[in-house]
Design a protein around this ligand. Structure first.
Ligand code: CU
Length: 366
């Protein structure tokens, strides 16, 4: 497990792996009530890729056209061994080699011609893609289902309704494929577009169910029993524990307005998005871009299999920690990303040192 809290908060809660003999919060063994010792993982495998995590700054430019367009989109599935954290490997299934899959951005009324492939040199499993942004059987899944090497498949659809929608693999054992990375976002902008912002980020939350404990070194296989219990080993942004924290935190600047796309792949948990140290000036609940967004909400609920998004103002410097406010997922299951906001202090808004005390404002806890 990565260390998620500062020094004052870590000692009592940072051990999700119980191999050190600590009692778990529920008095059991942290393994969904299974009292059998859970060890004997195979050694970590050699990763195929440096990281499986998509770059949260890789967001397509806003729509700048005002007539319907046709988009040629090629998408393929790729399966890779990657590290969840140091010494913990897993075989991920992905769209385009990243978790979440690439964000697609179009305008209401546009047409997408999709060429979908499952190359046999990159895949062991059958895959397809279900776009929640279209009418049609399985959102396209029925006509994109391919065994490795049997493709490509082509479909074409018009995006008839706006919103931020998810796409995901739907092969039968949907939970397995989504859990290990096969989900992403398609943003269908309304005809009049969205408010301009200075910077955008895109993250994907998902639960990883494995046959090991959180932090247990070795190669973790996906585990159907812990999925049945909805008791994930990890809850992650982008497939990797703490990838966007510390020195790899995301960056923004005081005075900007930033938009955050939060794709909840699930496959099971409702998320409770919250930016610690900030608030959503506008929150597009469940990706609804037709109704007025919610205003000044510190979070919301976000169902599994949906993408919500929100805009934040950044009047003061400092970190903004992105969490699911079901905080055990943060403290014990590694869901965390940080936006470091840099710029001049604004003591009229937030003053960490009102009396000039030399130690005020120090400390790492949040
Ligand atoms: Cu799949």
């Amino acid at each position: 497990m990565v260390k998620l809290l500062g020094a004052t908060g870590a000692a009592g809660v940072a051990s999700g792996c119980l191999s050190d003999g600590e009692a778990s919060p529920n008095g059991e063994d942290g393994n969904g009530g299974n009292t059998e010792p859970q060890h004997g993982l195979e050694d970590p495998m050699s990763p195929d890729v440096d990281t499986i995590a998509a770059d949260p700054t890789d967001v397509p430019d806003p729509v700048d056209w005002d007539e319907p367009r046709r988009h040629e989109i090629e998408m393929q599935t790729e399966e890779y061994i990657a590290e969840v954290e140091d010494g913990v490997t897993h075989r991920f299934m992905t769209f385009e080699g990243q978790v979440p899959g690439p964000m697609i951005r179009v305008r209401e009324g546009d047409t997408i011609h999709l060429t979908f492939d499952v190359p046999d040199d990159l895949n062991e499993h059958l895959h397809n893609v279900d776009f929640h942004a279209t009418y049609g059987p399985g959102g396209g899944a029925e006509h994109t289902t391919l065994l490795p090497g049997d493709g490509p498949a082509e479909i074409e659809f018009t995006v008839e309704y706006p919103g931020a929608h998810i796409y995901h693999c739907a092969p039968g054992n949907h939970d397995y494929h989504i859990s290990t990375g096969m989900f992403g976002t398609i943003l269908v902008e309304p005809e009049d577009g969205l408010p301009e912002v200075d910077r955008e980020f895109y993250v994907g939350q998902h639960e990883l169910y494995t046959n090991g404990d959180n932090g247990e070194e070795g190669h973790h296989e996906w585990d159907a029993e812990s999925a049945q219990d909805e008791n994930p080993t990890y809850v992650l942004f982008n497939g990797e524990a703490g990838r966007f924290t510390g020195e790899n935190a995301l960056h923004a600047e005081v005075g900007e307005t930033v938009r955050l796309y939060w794709c909840n792949g699930g496959p099971n948990h409702v998320s409770n998005p919250h930016p610690i140290g900030n608030v959503f000036k506008r929150w597009y609940d469940h990706g609804d871009v037709v109704n007025e967004p919610m205003r000044w909400v510190e979070g919301s609920t976000l169902a599994a299999g949906m993408t919500g998004f929100g805009d934040m103002e950044l009047p003061v410097p400092g970190p903004i920690h992105l969490v699911d406010h079901a905080l055990t997922r943060v403290v014990q299951k590694d869901l965390l990303a940080t936006i470091e906001v840099e710029g001049e202090p604004q003591p009229d808004i937030y003053n960490p040192d009102p009396d000039g005390a030399p130690d005020a404002g120090e400390g790492e806890a949040y």
